[in-house]
Design a protein around this ligand. Sequence first.
Ligand code: S3P
Length: 442
Amino acid sequence: MIALERAKHPLKGDVFVPGDKSISHRSIMFGALAEGTTEVTGFLNSADCLNTIDCFKKLGIQIEHAVRPTNGVPTITVHGEGLHRFKAPDSTLYTGNSGTTTRLMSGILAAQPFDSMITGDRSIEQRPMKRIITPLTSMGADVTSVMGNDCAPLRFTGGKNLHGISYRSPVASAQVKSCIMLAGLYAEGSSVVYEPALSRNHTEVMLSAFGADIHNEVARDGSAVTILKPGMPLHGMKINVPADISSAAYFMVAALIVPDSEILIRNVGINRTRAGILTVLKQMGADITLLNIDESSEPKADILVKYSELHGNENHQFVIGGKDIPTMIDELPVVAVLAATGDFDTIIKDAAELKIKESNRIATVVENLKKMGCDIEATDDGMIIHGGKPLHGADLNSYSDHRLAMSFAIASLCAEGTTRIIGDECVGISYPSFFGDLLSLL
Ligand code: S3P
């Protein structure tokens, strides 16, 4: 448990948040699927990403952590051997708390000549896997939920010849899309995924840099299309992982809720499919400036955030929904905290996916904000936050959800009295140095 107090003075300074979680996972996965070495700098050394490394080690891939002698930068080297040289694991692959590892690895395991099993912690064993079992099965894979509840553990029977599919996903989910694309690398014919809105496109951007023939299009009805043609060799490459915008979001909100704060967050990934929070905060009136923009395939910038008075529209409302939701899905808990401090109502809608994250984030965010004195209601696909009531400290449960623990650590900065977060150690899932970085600003 950690106990936190209201910030006593403005937060000022530079923050270097750790590497992007989605890109770190994919660096290891795609490096393992490629021929030759992939060198990754800026890798996120957190529990989730280390589980991805362990899974590939069990599949016979050599992966080294080293500090480059020339410049002292920690580097991960993945010795990929191509699509067809994995060895059968001698035990169940364990993904811990990581949905990305579980769902993306499943696409790879479904296509192997050997049998395998994958599972994770209690949270993973309750998260829906039907969303990948259905398309993988249509591709010819043999995947079963061992307990028959459409959750992990999942068992894969090897030796199936997969064929490409054209799949209309009911949800905008990068994990579903990427699972199909990874299985599609091994399939006969192209794989096409339609999503109601474009989910994060790191798989498309990165796999294409590794040599795959993959791209995004927009369908006539407005849905997002991803198309993969298999058969191109993947080759190892150098990857420099930008800082994670989902981790940067905590400090953006911190600067916006503690008067007179000014925080510069360095080298943050601003891929348009991830950067919805920047647009939404600016629409709320936040003073945010992007500096040193680097327009590479995974663009990055330094983000300067200054304390600002936020506002809704002329009816004192602010609505977040539609195609913006997938571009900021993981930031919604901390955006809800911010909304609680604004003098207007915020309606978060079209976000039913929040219910099946590491916790049911509609229920858990609403419960904790209520405990802090906020006037808030849960809805079927989001929440309505009647902002402006002063927040007070409370005893809060993280529900072992890293994003919840960090969001409420930020809420404590503007709450009267002490906020205690039970189960704060879960921040190690995506941001082990979070409390140290936060305390350095206080
Ligand atoms: C992720 C995709 C998102 C996101 C998760 C990471 C990824 O999940 O919430 O934290 O790396 O592909 P969904 O695909 O389920 O939306």
